[in-house]
Ligand binder design. Structure first.
Ligand code: HEM
Length: 204
């Protein structure tokens, strides 16, 4: 089995657990509103504040990580003008991917999440109509061609500097951290409030 399949099999339960996280599930509730969407993006911002700088250190001639935070911030700016972050506590606060193997595991999780993001984008457009065009820069990101990325993962396994166990451990810890960040009970004091509301005319 190649590294791409190993990762998929090793993280099936982690994916299920993150899909069950309250903030992500709320997207599909019929009354999901822009306030809740801004709150969700605030949690993503908090996550990428910690993870983006670390993942940008991953070196490969065939792959460069594109930081996500600028997109999340752009969406948040449209929704609320708030650039402060909610405080989120996670049992993974003491952990970050520090080696290229752990970073590759974390990158697998974030690139893979763009597959689910397609469904989320569709849902956001259905719920928020023309607003969605102006606040889905993050969820609309298409950073890799997935089959090509899976081939890249498989090829990485033959690189002496890549430790497949550490890649899997990095992926599982990243899923664990995300599960915490997507849990509303971990939210700190700041509640982000959206200024746009569904049905409002778009700004010109
Ligand atoms: C933080 C949240 C999420 C993360 C980190 C995440 C991560 C991933 C990863 C790593 C994969 C690739 C699995 C593989 O190796 O093939 C994947 C695939 C997928 N995810 Fe998620 N996901 C998240 C949320 C969601 C949500 C909320 C949905 C449902 C709306 C979803 C639906 C999917 C689908 C449909 C696929 C493609 C399955 C396939 O074609 O084989 N994901 N996700």
């Amino acid at each position: 089995m190649g590294l791409a399949d190993t990762l998929r099999h090793a993280t099936v339960d982690d994916h299920r657990a993150v899909e069950e996280a309250e903030l992500l599930k709320s997207i599909f509730r019929p009354d999901f509103d822009l306030d809740e969407y801004a709150l969700l993006l605030g949690h993503w911002a908090c996550f990428f504040c910690r993870f983006d700088p670390e993942l940008a250190l991953f070196h490969s001639a065939k792959y460069s990580y594109i930081p996500r935070l600028p997109r999340v911030d752009r969406d948040l700016a449209y929704l609320s003008g708030v650039t402060r972050r909610p405080r989120v506590r996670s049992s993974y606060d003491g952990w970050l991917p520090r080696t290229d193997s752990e970073r590759l595991g974390a990158i697998y999780v974030l690139e893979g999440s763009t597959l689910g993001a397609r469904l989320i984008c569709k849902r956001l457009t259905e719920r928020f109509g023309s607003h969605a065009r102006l606040c889905t820069a993050y969820y609309a990101m298409r950073t890799v061609h997935w089959p090509g990325f899976r081939a890249f993962l498989d090829a990485a396994e033959s690189d002496d500097t890549v430790d497949p166990d550490a890649v899997v451990a990095g992926a599982r810890s990243t899923f664990g951290a995300l599960r915490d960040y997507m849990d509303v009970s971990a939210c700190g004091v700041l509640r982000i409030t959206a200024t746009a509301s569904v049905g409002e005319p778009l700004p010109v």
